[in-house]
Design a protein around this ligand. Structure first.
Ligand code: GDP
Length: 359
């Protein structure tokens, strides 16, 4: 890709392989090519196409995944070149697949379905131009008309989905405002996928939220009440994990879910500090947050998985140097008291404000 890369090609491909694994695929290999600019027809050059094609035959490969978004034409041309039943897809389609598998609530399912349709809309050319070719050009123009019909159908479906989603959201808002009638501050967990948000939520609340060593185990926001030792309470919300190259379309699809973030009193940014790319992941999360208009909300950073780092002493020193960082192990519970204290002091202002509202 030509965008400024936070992640090296190898790192990004490694993550793509992890995504594929999460989607239930078995990864047999990866390759890349450096070009001045992507080939408009096939994204990669013809030599690379041939190389992949022979690997497909040698290894019986069923799916080829590209780390960048492909155009409709590139998808079509690549599938044609690879031949047979080889499925070609890109990172976005793969993430959409995972989201589809993991959507647990009606709202999440609707959001994913909508995002999938919006992804398909500009790529709706394949089937019909294919038919046109088969008919030997006799029905020239028929394919084009069919595409228009299909696009119209898809747009109608998108409209229906949007309406349904809207009504689901109105419901959730009502539920949320009922929740707000008890003035308890809301703290939102944000972070890169797999950082340990669900584990932290579980440890603090005893809730049984799915925590897995997989990407995007959590799609639906989960909110739990946390009671601190001094009796004070706050609501803790776990949100969908972020990832580099998270398609803007998906950020938009989950905007409503992410609204919870913009309505919270405090953002807790959970970082897997044991990850070699922790710094880049922090940046990727900050980038998505900047798209969400939450700059006015106070933030607290949590460096998680300190039990896993080789030099915890050094990490703690670094955390002190940075300030506004708490080191924890969500797994062992180490540092969680300190975490609650930090949340408490960060919330102080808003709590004072809430107390002022209660006669
Ligand atoms: P999420 O995607 O941010 O919700 O991450 P999860 O809570 O699902 O955690 C991802 C993986 O990291 C799981 O396998 C957890 O068991 C593991 N994990 C979470 N916190 C810690 C921790 O403090 N230490 C260690 N060693 N592993 C952790």
């Amino acid at each position: 890709g030509d965008v400024a890369q936070l992640f090296s090609i190898d790192e990004s491909l490694k993550e793509l392989a992890q995504l594929a694994d999460t989607a239930g695929l078995k990864v047999v290999g990866s390759t890349y090519q450096k070009l001045a600019s992507p080939n408009p027809r096939t994204y990669i050059g013809s030599g690379k196409v041939a190389e992949i094609k022979s690997a497909i035959h040698a290894l019986g490969i069923e799916t080829v995944i590209f780390d960048d978004e492909l155009s409709a034409g590139q998808l079509r041309n690549l599938e044609k070149s690879f031949g047979g039943d080889v499925r070609v897809c890109d990172r976005t389609a793969l993430i959409l697949d995972i989201f589809n598998q993991r959507a647990a609530t009606h709202e999440a399912s609707l959001q994913v379905a909508l995002a999938q349709m919006e992804y398909q809309l500009p790529r709706l050319t394949k089937m019909w131009t294919h038919l046109e070719r088969q008919a030997g050009g006799q029905v020239k123009g028929m394919g084009e008309k069919q595409i228009e019909v299909d696009k119209r159908i898809l747009r109608t479906q998108i409209g229906v989905l949007r309406k349904e989603l809207e009504s689901v959201r109105v419901h959730r808002k009502q539920y949320r405002s009922r929740r707000f009638s008890v003035p308890v501050p809301v703290v939102s967990l944000v972070g890169y996928t797999n950082a340990g948000k669900s584990t932290l939520l579980n440890h603090l609340t005893g809730a049984e939220v799915l925590a897995e060593d997989r990407l995007f185990a959590t799609l639906d926001p989960t909110t739990r009440r946390v009671q601190m030792k001094n009796g004070n309470e706050f609501l803790l919300t776990d949100t969908v994990g972020f990832i580099q190259k998270l398609p803007t379309m998906l950020v938009a699809a989950f905007r409503a879910t992410l609204e919870e973030i913009s309505e919270s009193s405090l953002l807790v940014h959970v970082v897997d500090i044991s990850h070699p790319l922790a710094e880049q992941q922090i940046e990727a999360v900050d980038k998505v947050l900047s798209e969400l208009d939450v700059s006015s909300i106070p933030k607290l950073m949590v460096w998680n998985k300190v039990d896993k780092v080789t030099d915890p002493q050094h990490i703690r020193l670094e955390a002190d140097k940075r300030g506004d960082v708490v080191c924890v192990s969500a797994l062992s519970g180490d540092g969680l008291d300190k975490f609650c204290d930090a949340v408490q002091s960060k919330l102080k202002d808003s709590m004072v404000w809430i107390e002022a509202l209660i006669p």
